[in-house]
Design a protein. Sequence first.
Length: 211
Amino acid sequence: MVISVTVIIVMATSVISFIGFSNQNLINELIFYPPAISERKQWYRFFTCGLIHADIAHLAFNMISFYYFGRFVESFFKSYFDAGALLYIVLYVSALAICLLPTYMKQKDNYQYRSLGASGAVSAIVFAGIFLSPLSGIRIFFIPIDIPGFVFGPLYLIISAYLSKRGAGNINHSAHFWGALYGIAFLIATSFALSEYDPVTTFIEQVKSYF
């Protein structure tokens, strides 16, 4: 039986995160710490921070969201591209770094700033999935109402941008925002460059059919 890329990422992230829960030295080595990047050139932190999480709830939320959307997005890439699995990996891994670039530019001299978690890359996968299937319902927490993806997406981006500007809490809302936009941009760029699939027209037609 072939294990999907999505499952492999979930397993690897979960194992390393669980080890990190009781190993502060591992967290310190892998966490996104801008001064360590700007001064010691530890660029790997853009990627390794996605392998660790603050607690079980943080890990569970990210991996459940990723698993739910990742299977669909991975299946799309494998169906439409010759090297679909590789492209899917590139999307996830590159999103880990891309979503943090604005944060890095803002915090590179901030010795108090640290960030961890795969939220930015997960947002990239979630929004690629939303763009591919904008009519699919998304349920927020325990609210018993499914919100169409094309409605949820803009609301999520607006809220993330607002909270990022406010600097609310300890959550890196900027990574969520830029990860989401990167997921859509990567999907559109690779589709037009490497396949016959037109995600923009398909998205528009699906949304139009809703009304």
